[in-house]
Design a protein around this ligand. Structure first.
Ligand code: SAM
Length: 357
């Protein structure tokens, strides 16, 4: 007997993650799409992504811009360059600008504060930051200057696995859930997420990850497949060491990622869920649309200038690396249209909606 899709327990999530029957999965896709429509509507919120720096002090074993990721030209965008991207997002009608980057102390607290203040004053857009583990004083200052949201994936609930793939930097202990909860108290909307199929991630771990999204009532949840990068330890010996036995290891494929997205929609019905770029790399023709039809309601078109975008290859083949922001925005808007959905207007803040069915 398959668990009912409404009122899922953690073990129900686990059973559905392992499901392979296409007809049964059809019911999961339909229910996730119904719940998405009932709870967050048909609007697809577009968040313009600006990859502001590829410097990083971390040694994350999966990431192509980690400090240990081999010789890589490094860049840090200027205040004016970031502002120009934010203006472009406003002109496309995007309600949010996302400033993402490696964990870069060279991107100082006052610098980010000034950028946030300027973007807010000029565009009025909602501002999401995704700059890694920063100290509370910086986070508070950025919030007071107008930053609305912060994205920080906890990557996995398996503490031992986390330590291996996301080593601490000298003198600190990484506690991403702790930072997320402190940021919520500061007034941020908080977003988190995981990669699907990292070596060592078992079905149980992924069920725990999804249940943790629900336990902490996350406002935004990004789920993408793990895409092994050639220069990264996790794609080599470390990955081979950490991989779980075949029956337990979660594959890093599109089907499993879509199951995780759909189940997350069911247990976190009014949260904002992007159809991730990584998903569109696994399946360039349909990945983005599949995510949007199985629970997702957000897309993050890339506004980073092409000369920097090619240096922000956190995983291989990052989609549309050479396409201009205009071409990308047009494509995403056409996709939203082709699915019979509408482009979100305004900031696309999470709205806590009661069940309507
Ligand atoms: N430095 C910030 C941080 O760590 O939160 C933001 C940038 S970081 C590159 C953004 C996210 O990219 C990570 O949280 C991780 O989940 C994802 N990522 C990194 N390497 C990846 C890979 N090889 N495959 C898929 N996703 C990856």
């Amino acid at each position: 007997m398959r668990p009912a899709l409404d009122g899922l327990s953690r073990d129900g999530v686990l059973a559905w993650l392992r499901e392979r029957d296409e007809e049964a999965l059809g019911a999961l896709w339909r229910r996730a799409d119904q719940v998405r429509r009932a709870r967050v509507g048909d609007a697809v919120h577009l968040r313009g992504l600006v990859e502001v720096t590829n410097y990083c002090v971390r040694h994350c074993a999966y990431c192509g811009i980690a400090a240990c990721a081999g010789p890589l030209p490094r860049y840090r965008m200027t205040h004016d360059e970031i502002l120009a991207c934010a203006r472009q997002g406003r002109d496309f009608g995007f309600g949010t600008v996302v400033l993402q980057g490696g964990e870069d102390p060279g991107l100082t607290g006052p610098f980010v504060a000034a950028v946030v203040r300027a973007i807010k004053a000029e565009t009025g857009a909602a501002i999401a930051l995704s700059l890694g583990e920063r100290d509370d004083a910086d986070l508070r200052e950025w919030r007071s200057e107008g930053a609305d949201r912060y994205l920080l994936r906890f990557e996995t609930t398996d503490a031992a696995l986390y330590r291996r793939i996301h080593p601490d930097v000298a003198g600190t202990v990484s506690d991403r859930i702790g930072q997320l909860l402190r940021m919520r108290d500061m007034g941020y909307e908080i977003g988190t997420g995981v990669m699907v199929g990292i070596p060592g991630q078992t079905w149980d771990t992924l069920a725990d990850d999804i249940w943790t999204f629900r336990d902490y009532d996350m406002d935004m949840i990004g789920i993408g497949p793990y895409l092994p990068g050639p220069r990264t330890p996790l794609a080599g010996a470390l990955g081979a060491e950490l991989a779980a036995p075949l029956a337990d290891q979660v594959p890093n494929d599109e089907l499993t990622t879509l199951k995780a997205v759909a189940l997350t929609r069911l247990v976190c019905p009014d949260t904002n869920i992007p159809s991730t770029t990584a998903l569109s790399i696994l399946d360039p023709a349909a990945g983005r649309a599949n995510g949007l039809c199985r629970g997702a309601n957000v897309v993050m078109p890339n506004l980073t200038p092409p000369e920097y975008r090619v240096l922000y290859e956190i995983y291989p083949g990052k989609a549309a690396m050479h396409e201009t922001a205009d071409a990308l925005a047009e494509k995403v808007i056409a996709l939203v249209d082709s699915l019979g959905r509408t482009m979100g207007s305004g900031p696309g803040t999470r709205l806590r909606t009661p069940p309507r069915e």
